[in-house]
Design a protein around this ligand. Structure first.
Ligand code: ATP
Length: 791
């Protein structure tokens, strides 16, 4: 049915016979309904006859008729299929010329009529969100819930003065947050009440909102205790510098699900440990403590060598840790005293849990002998009496209880938010959450409208001083949109962005300080946008090389402004300064991800905005959010699109939106590379749609998607016919639809299988690359062989 998308791009004045419309002619007919019908039939015949000599009229008749009578598109377009096949049956490889000629044919033949893009017609009805009583109650309290508080100081909680000064100087951290206020005293409690009957070293499960400083909440007490241990030993042996050295092995392990997060934690840790000589004793108290990471992405041999020398506080990802625990003999973990599982719920998810269990079993076996090994070095009362485990995340469910027994013993549950009323998820109070119901055909232009309005310097002087993150469901859609927003501006009717040659070049002067010369492909990962003028675009997803991921992350982090297109690889834990807005262009496949995605803004008490895109068929998701005490306010799609109408030009926003959409389409059809990218993105989008959690399948089901309209969102005029070699997703007949659903199920199972086996065994962080072609093809023979060898 979508074969005719292009032809249906335009609506003219409406069907006419002579100078009169059918309707007005019929009004003139007197007599019975039979008579009227007879006249109507003959008028139709006449129109049909005319249409042979004027294609454009036929188009207008059918479109008009369809929009007035709500007749399904496919019935109306049948008559045009012969004509449209001319453009559609060549595998989508027609040249730009063909495409343009076809556009011109329509435009020229209707020279004097108003042209409206079909992106505004035949869209599904949007339930009146205001009447829906869904989100009347917006609970965005204005008092920030994750900001530092004034009623207590770090030193007041018993932390080392030098450490506190260092944190203030290096990280600008002066007052603790609520989460820190609650957790730090517990982690210090056994040393503050140092008696056999008092507090023991307790395991902690910390659930605190995103951006509430959980990292420092567990790092500060660990570093503090190590400093106290050093001073104790130095006092006992005043002549020796410090009896402790890095060769003591790993004392603390911090486990995180992604490499980016591991690197971020390591950098905070390095700042904490880079302590100037103590003001009291003029001695370096942390000189022997070596922080480090094993996260893959570098040669295993060099990781082994570093472990052999000793890494005292180790930040790592699960796969690599398991690998070293099982194969690196010189990895000393016998003295492990702290184990932190950051983003613990993610670590417990499918694919990681098995790895995690193996890690915990190995650690339990190897640290069992810890008590027996006690010698003078461990005589300080500052050492935990037993290994202390800390779990933390913004989204912890009951599943953490699975860890009780084999990792946690009688943990205390700490909630960072005082307003906790039993809800599983909570988002920062000051975060403004909105949603827009955008029909599939309007999604792309609506995204453009939002981005252009955020960075519109005419409307907002400080527009270039903040960052935006746009979340997509899979790697291929990130790649496609990145390419589109970087390159398609030149194809827009009025060159909407007034692009100059220089504007398309990455400004090396600005980036000199962190431009990585060794990076061979900088332009593919970050570039200036031609669609949103003068704004830097970045992309980040799990299919990129680790080196590229790191560079992009660092650059976006340091950049004053910019837009990051990414998958959920950037959803968790990443602390990117100055992110003002989060756009969830594709809804998350799990509610937890919603919380983590929006948590990249409104951190540490700062303001932030988040907007969620939903299709009209997905409106029920608002109920799901609401049932978890997450409230978002509706924004009308028209309100957002109105931002597109140039100021002082009295232009209809629909016309501008249409121009922009046509610009995108022209760009997509300008080159086979672009079409391929669009088709790949479309296919991956459909596939990733099938990965929504079972509890949300009734909302996000591929059956509910209008594939032709979805294709429009990728600048395609028809849905690509080959989602995979076996099934034709574009076929609208029920047989093929059933086939497609079966294929989706198989795909689901395959993905589950893949994530279980591959993620666990290879420690790939590509868990977020769901939907990418490579992740769907399954292990290659080479990979299979490699896996077999590991087994
Ligand atoms: N007490 C504080 N005062 C000011 N800044 C702080 C404080 N504690 C932490 N920060 C800073 O706040 C930022 C966010 O901290 P962190 O990444 O630990 O948050 P989080 O709770 O782990 O968030 P997420 O759940 O998203 O991972 C960091 O830049 C950190 O340096």
């Amino acid at each position: 049915m979508d074969n005719c998308e292009l032809i249906l791009n335009f609506v003219t004045q409406g069907p006419t016979v002579g100078n009169q419309s059918i309707r007005s002619k019929l009004k003139e007919v007197r007599g019975s309904w039979k008579e009227k019908n007879r006249v109507r039939r003959s008028l139709k015949k006449e129109i049909k006859k005319n249409s042979r000599s004027n294609d454009a009229s036929l188009i207008s008749i059918n479109v008009e008729a369809r929009s007035k009578t709500n007749v399904p598109e496919k019935q109306n377009v049948k008559k045009q299929s012969n004509q449209s096949n001319k453009y559609s049956n060549n595998g989508g490889n027609e040249t730009l010329n063909q495409f343009n000629n076809h556009l011109n044919l329509n435009i020229d033949s209707n020279n004097k009529t108003q042209i409206i893009s079909s992106i505004f017609t035949c869209n599904p009805e949007i339930v009146d969100i205001h009447e829906n009583k869904i989100s009347k109650r917006n609970t965005a309290h204005h008092k920030p819930s994750n900001a530092p508080i004034n009623d207590i100081s770090f030193t007041g909680m018993g932390l080392n003065v030098d450490l506190v000064t260092n944190v203030k100087d290096k990280l600008g951290v002066e007052k603790p947050t609520n989460a820190q206020k609650k957790v730090i005293p517990i982690l210090l409690s056994s040393i503050q009440n140092n008696d056999d009957t008092g507090n023991k070293d307790i395991d902690i499960v910390l659930q605190a909102e995103t951006g509430s400083g959980k990292t420092l909440a567990y790092l500060l007490p660990i570093v503090h205790r190590l400093i106290r241990i050093t001073t104790d030993l130095q006092n006992a042996n005043p002549k020796t510098r410090s009896p402790l050295s890095r060769s003591i092995g790993t004392l603390a392990i911090i486990l995180t699900p992604t490499r980016e997060l591991a690197k971020q934690i390591l950098s905070v840790l390095e700042s904490l440990l880079n302590l100037p000589p103590s003001r009291l004793s003029d001695r370096h108290l942390t000189h022997w403590i070596v922080p480090g990471s094993v996260i893959g992405g570098e040669k295993k041999q060099s990781e082994k060598a570093r472990l052999r020398k000793g890494i005292n506080i180790l930040v790592c990802t699960p796969g690599r840790l398991l690998d070293h625990l099982s194969s690196t003999k010189s990895f000393v973990v016998e003295h492990l005293h702290w184990l932190v599982l950051d983003e613990a719920d993610r670590l417990l998810e499918l694919g990681f849990e098995e790895t995690l269990q193996k890690i915990l079993n190995l650690l339990n076996d190897r640290t069992e002998s810890m008590n027996k090994l006690k010698n003078n070095l461990f005589s300080s009362p500052m050492w935990p009496k037993k290994r202390q485990t800390i779990l933390c995340s913004a989204t912890l469910k009951d599943d953490v209880k699975r860890l009780v027994g084999y990792s946690l013993s009688n943990p205390v549950y700490v909630r960072g938010n005082d307003d906790y009323k039993g809800q599983i998820y909570s988002t920062p109070n000051q975060l403004k959450q909105t949603y827009v119901i955008a029909p599939a055909k309007l999604r792309l232009v609506t995204l453009t409208a939002i981005l252009k309005s955020i960075f519109d310097v005419e409307k907002n002087e400080s527009a270039m001083n903040h960052k935006v993150i746009v979340f997509f469901s899979c790697c291929d859609t990130v790649d496609f949109h990145f390419d589109l927003f970087v390159n398609s501006g030149n194809f827009h009717k009025d060159k909407i962005s007034n692009i100059s040659e220089n504007d398309t070049e990455w400004n090396m002067d600005i980036d000199e300080e962190y431009h990585d010369e060794s990076n061979s492909k900088p332009k593919e990962l970050r570039s200036l946008s031609t669609v949103v003028p003068k704004v830097r675009l970045f992309k980040l997803h799990g299919d990129l090389l680790q080196r590229d991921r790191t560079t992009t992350f660092d650059e976006f982090s340091k950049s004053k402004s910019g837009i990051l297109f990414c998958t959920d690889v950037a959803a968790r834990g990443l602390d990117l300064p100055n992110v003002a807005k989060i756009i969830q262009y594709d809804p998350p496949s799990d509610l937890k991800d919603y919380v983590h995605r929006v948590g990249r803004t409104a951190r540490l008490g700062k303001k932030g905005d988040a907007i969620l895109f939903l299709l009209p068929s997905e409106i029920e998701y608002i109920h799901v959010l609401r049932s978890h005490e997450i409230y978002a306010e509706p924004v009308q799609v028209e309100t957002l699109l109105e931002n597109l109408a140039p100021i002082n030009e009295n232009k209809d926003y629909k016309v501008t939106a249409t121009d922009i959409q046509l610009g995108f389409e022209k760009y997509v059809y300008s080159d086979t590379k672009c079409i391929t990218l669009a088709r790949k993105a479309y296919s991956s989008f459909i596939r990733s749609y099938a990965t929504h959690s079972a509890s949300e399948k009734h909302i996000f089901h591929v059956k509910k998607l209008h594939l032709g309209h979805v294709a429009k969102g990728f600048g395609l005029r028809e849905a690509p016919s080959n989602i995979n070699s076996k099934t034709d997703l574009n076929s609208s007949n029920s047989k093929n639809m059933t086939k497609m659903m079966k294929s989706e199920k198989r795909l689901d199972a395959k993905l589950r299988n893949l994530s279980l086996k591959r993620i666990a065994e290879e420690d790939v962080n590509n868990e977020f690359s769901i939907g990418s072609y490579s992740s769907l093809l399954g292990p290659t023979t080479k990979r299979k062989r490699k896996n077999d060898q590991i087994k």
